[in-house]
Design a protein around this ligand. Structure first.
Ligand code: DQQ
Length: 534
């Protein structure tokens, strides 16, 4: 990246310029991956929203195509907002998306490929009976909270089902519609699911996951061997939260498992910046893939100045952990083909107060994996029962606050003199009869520029550090740090804007600022090649 654009990414998806937000309608068709995304062709802030379109053979390198869906009918003339793709019984995809109509209402429309024999699906056509679902005085749907249709699924009765994000007062709703022919849609008397006090549910995603193993299943799969996941994007806090539960296809209701927390206290795909995500089933590779949007942490003025805003996260494979209590996520395997020559370092005890440079990688664009092992837990700090909010705990106990077992982890996008760095690390606490692992991403020292949001992120990781190693992988890409703790149990994505640690001047370190030594059992790092993106 030129010095004038130090924050452009080397392998994270972005268009050459302008604003992007939600991934839309991801799918694989005739061996080609399709990604559509919310895009402003006219500037670096949200507005004039169309569906831009890129395709890929590997989810790593992307080719741009003309805008696929744009305002052209009364039912979408004021905007073509988010939606999803569904394969009809003919094998041809249909896209359901939200249009903003002439009256500024949110309505649901459909679009079909003009030429289904074209694997690139360049041209999309809209039938004249759009919209297919709309607020009316009779149905009393709130016309400003009715958007983002999911991929539809087929019930054993042969009817299609789709959910639309909505709310009534502060109750978040996954409104359900069904259809025999994908054209005439009927609102169900009750939502698939709702939860009090959570606010508007944007971009819902509803899909089955196999109980055993990491293999993905088609969205219409109903079998005793699957559980269901409902993800919603909380408009109020901009968090993607999910529950795991059971779908009763006769009553058409979804019930989260006992003990699940809903809303902002629930499980998140990512405890940093990550929003409006969506999964799709990748049949040829038998996996479910998750795509998400990473917003900027800079001001609108700064975005306009640099001419762009927003990137997408690295696609993640997503599956159910064997505990059945949470999902696991891991960057798709294909991203590893960008790895250069590996740097493997020997295992090593890292004493309290040490910083060790990881040599031989282009630290501004890298992939790094490190594992820690702790053997003496006798001096673990006691977890105060009032420290129930991990993000607050991470902000109070940032990287520079010395502890006993931790903080230890990585200093990424760091300047030589450590004036700037983003710290991704663990701390271990003792709580009654078990140990608790905290994972933090501390952006407070990420930039000398004080204009950006440098909020610290954090989460507890469900690992027993007595029996398991603490692993951390970070995908570093100029202004993005995507971190995966505990082999994909907890993810934290950060957006940072270093002023010194840019291009060749970025460094990568392992560190331990706890009083106790810990063992690095393995550490590997790779320079990442630039992907061909748009
Ligand atoms: N972005 C779209 C909406 C969606 C929101 C508009 C989520 O459809 O609710 O650009 O980021």
């Amino acid at each position: 990246t030129p010095t004038s654009q130090p924050y452009r990414t080397g392998y994270h998806f972005q268009p050459p310029k302008n604003w992007i937000n939600d991934p839309n309608g991801p799918m694989i068709y005739k061996g080609i991956y399709h990604l559509f995304y919310q895009y402003n062709p006219k500037g670096a802030q949200w507005g004039n929203i169309v569906w831009a379109h890129s395709t890929s053979r590997d989810l790593v390198n992307w080719t741009p195509h003309p805008i696929a869906i744009f305002p052209s009918q009364p039912s979408d003339i004021n905007g073509t907002w988010s939606g999803s793709a569904t394969f009809l019984k003919t094998g041809i995809p249909a896209i359901l998306y939200t249009g903003i109509n002439t009256q500024g209402q949110q309505v649901q429309n459909v679009a079909f490929p003009k030429d289904p024999s074209d694997p690139y699906l360049i041209k999309w056509v809209k039938p004249h009976d759009n919209p297919l679902m709309a607020p009316t005085p009779q149905n009393r749907i709130n016309a400003s909270s009715f958007r983002d249709p999911t991929t539809s699924w087929l019930g054993p009765d042969g009817r299609w089902r789709v959910i639309i994000g909505s709310k009534v007062d502060r109750k978040g709703l996954a409104m359900l519609y069904t259809s025999q022919n994908f054209d005439h849609w009927v609102q169900s008397p009750q939502p698939l699911h709702s939860a009090e006090g959570t606010g508007m549910w944007e971009c819902p995603d509803f899909f089955p996951v196999a109980i055993d193993g990491s293999v993905g299943v088609d969205t219409s799969t109903l079998a005793p061997s699957v559980k269901h996941v409902l993800k919603v994007s909380l408009d109020d806090t901009k968090h993607d939260v999910y529950t795991i539960g059971t779908y009763d296809h006769v009553k058409d209701v979804y019930t989260p498992d006992e003990g699940s927390r809903e809303g902002d206290l629930g499980l998140r795909y990512d405890y940093g910046k990550y929003y409006a995500s969506k999964t799709f089933f990748d049949g040829p590779k038998n996996r479910r893939v998750l795509l998400g949007w990473i917003n900027e942490s800079s001001s609108v003025e700064a975005d306009i100045k640099k001419g762009w805003s927003g990137v997408h996260a690295i696609p993640r494979q997503i599956w159910l952990h064997r505990s059945r209590k949470q999902l696991l996520q891991w960057p798709v395997k294909e991203i590893e083909k960008l790895r250069g020559t590996p740097v493997y370092l020997p295992s090593k005890v890292i004493g309290g107060g040490s910083v060790l440079e990881v040599p031989g990688v282009t630290a501004v664009q890298a992939d790094v994996e490190i594992s820690f092992q702790v053997s003496d837990f006798s001096k673990a700090e006691i977890l105060d029962p009032s420290w129930s909010n991990p993000q607050l705990l991470c902000s109070r106990k940032g990287a520079s606050v010395k502890g006993s077992l931790g903080p230890f982890g990585l200093l990424v996008l760091a300047s030589k003199d450590l004036q700037e760095y983003t710290a991704v690390f663990f701390r271990i606490f003792k709580s009654k009869d078990k140990h608790v692992v905290l994972m933090c991403s501390d952006q407070s020292r990420s930039s000398l520029n004080q204009q950006n949001d440098k909020t610290t992120y954090g989460t507890f990781v469900d690992i027993d550090p007595v029996h398991e190693k603490l692993s951390l992988r970070s995908l570093i890409d100029h202004s993005i740090v995507e971190s995966f703790g505990g082999k994909g149990k907890s993810c934290i994505t950060a957006r940072v804007y270093p002023t010194l640690a840019i291009n060749e001047d970025a460094h990568l370190y392992a560190f331990n600022y706890g009083a106790q030594s810990v063992k690095i059992t393995s550490w590997s790092a790779w320079s990442m090649k630039k992907a061909h993106i748009n």
